[in-house]
Design a protein around this ligand. Structure first.
Ligand code: NAD
Ligand code: ZN
Ligand code: ZN
Length: 343
């Protein structure tokens, strides 16, 4: 079968023929309906995140059960499922709480999950090691649902942990309204009565954010100017939450200028931007956080919200063999919402 492979840092993804996997005891073979194209894959291929090549990319997957390994129950062939992406040990305290994204044994596992160390979903079939990592889609199409498992789950987790620290009349700034950010705006709209400011360097993405429910949009090409514009909206109180879905130096510098006292600064983007955190560097009471992905329980919540029509990933479909071109488009900022590869 055809697969999109990570073949080393500094090299583009490669389309190769690989063997169709066979599920062993406890494993499940999923026929892929859609694999989301996440910006993290560009970090995997361009910055050294420590992954050993080669493996099949694609960590945002949904499809149908193709074959159950020995002893697997609860699913049957043809069931539509989302694949939960961060694969933990399955038995530590965090995993028992369904937060495999914070598995205590992550360093010993040798993989972060399918598409991030192990073979992922940019292929016709994907092997999933355990049934607990599959969630029923119950009526959602796998193509439309694939981005829920990361582009929606990651900001959902980030927003949910910030919610108890927010007030109803706070302003939230979402920086970067691409794959994750366009879901973050919708999630905030659905979850909190806050004022939402969307910030991006791309006018098309900003217009999109406005359609999705942002109250204000600000172009951040000039960080100083953008900070002034945003502070004119928030007033001296500042932003209650800055959710940075880019994480490069200019967005980290921008975020630092927007925080109010007792605010939350959540950096989800892996852009490598730095902040020297000390007394005086950020307003008193600032909670800083770098969350990773989300829990299985939270993925169930995200799927339920999508099923009810309260959030919807904006998907552009591409055939699997256009993967390399799609990564180029993503890098050039030419993908609105999420690109999904269809094998
Ligand atoms: P994307 O390419 O779909 O979207 C990025 C958006 O940021 C685009 O709209 C782009 O125009 C905008 N942008 C780029 N530079 C900017 C700047 N200087 N200022 C303002 N906006 C800017 O990417 P994505 O798939 O949404 O991923 C976003 C980031 O989140 C990536 O770094 C990715 O690796 C990371 N990520 C982290 C986690 C996690 O668990 N922490 C999970 C998934 C993705
Ligand atoms: Zn991702
Ligand atoms: Zn664990």
């Amino acid at each position: 079968m055809k697969a999109v492979r990570f073949v080393g840092v500094g090299k583009p993804a490669q389309i190769a023929d690989v063997k169709k996997p066979k599920p062993g005891p406890g494993e499940i073979l999923v026929k892929i309906g859609g694999a989301g194209v996440c910006h993290s894959d560009l970090h995997v291929m361009e910055d050294d995140l420590g992954f050993e090549p080669p493996f099949t990319l694609g960590h945002e997957n949904a499809g149908w059960i193709a074959e159950l390994g020995q002893g697997v129950s609860g699913f049957k062939e043809g069931d539509a499922v989302a694949v939960y992406g961060p694969w933990g040990c399955g038995y530590c305290h965090a995993c028992q709480l369904s937060m495999e994204n914070y598995c205590e044994n992550w360093a010993k596992l040798g993989t972060f999950g399918g598409g991030l160390g192990s073979d992922g979903g940019m292929a016709e079939y994907m092997l999933v090691p355990a049934a607990r990592l599959l969630l029923p889609l119950d009526g959602l199409s796998p193509t439309a649902a694939a981005p829920l498992s990361d582009a929606a789950l990651t900001p959902y987790h980030a927003i949910k942990r910030a919610l108890p620290l927010l007030n109803a009349d706070d302003t939230v700034v979402v920086i970067g309204v691409g794959g994750l950010g366009h879901m973050a705006v919708q999630l905030l709209r659905a979850l909190a009565p806050v004022r939402i400011i969307a910030a991006d360097v791309d006018a098309t993405k900003l217009a999109h954010a406005k359609q999705l429910g942002a109250d204000d949009v600000v172009n951040t090409a000039d960080v100083e100017e953008a900070a002034e514009q945003i502070r004119a909206i928030t007033g001296p109180r500042g932003a209650g939450l800055v959710l940075d879905c880019v994480g490069v130096q200019p967005t980290v510098d921008l975020g630092a200028k927007l925080l109010g006292r007792n605010s939350v600064w959540t950096i989800v983007g892996l852009g490598g931007g730095r902040h020297d955190f000390h007394h005086g560097s950020t307003p008193y009471g600032t909670t800083m956080s770098i969350p990773y992905w989300g829990s299985r329980g939270e993925l169930m919540e995200v799927i339920a919200m999508a099923r009810d029509g309260r959030i919807h990933p904006e998907v552009t479909e591409f055939p699997l063999d256009q993967a390399v071109e799609v990564y180029d488009k993503l890098k050039a900022g030419q993908i609105q919402g999420r690109a999904v590869l269809i094998p």
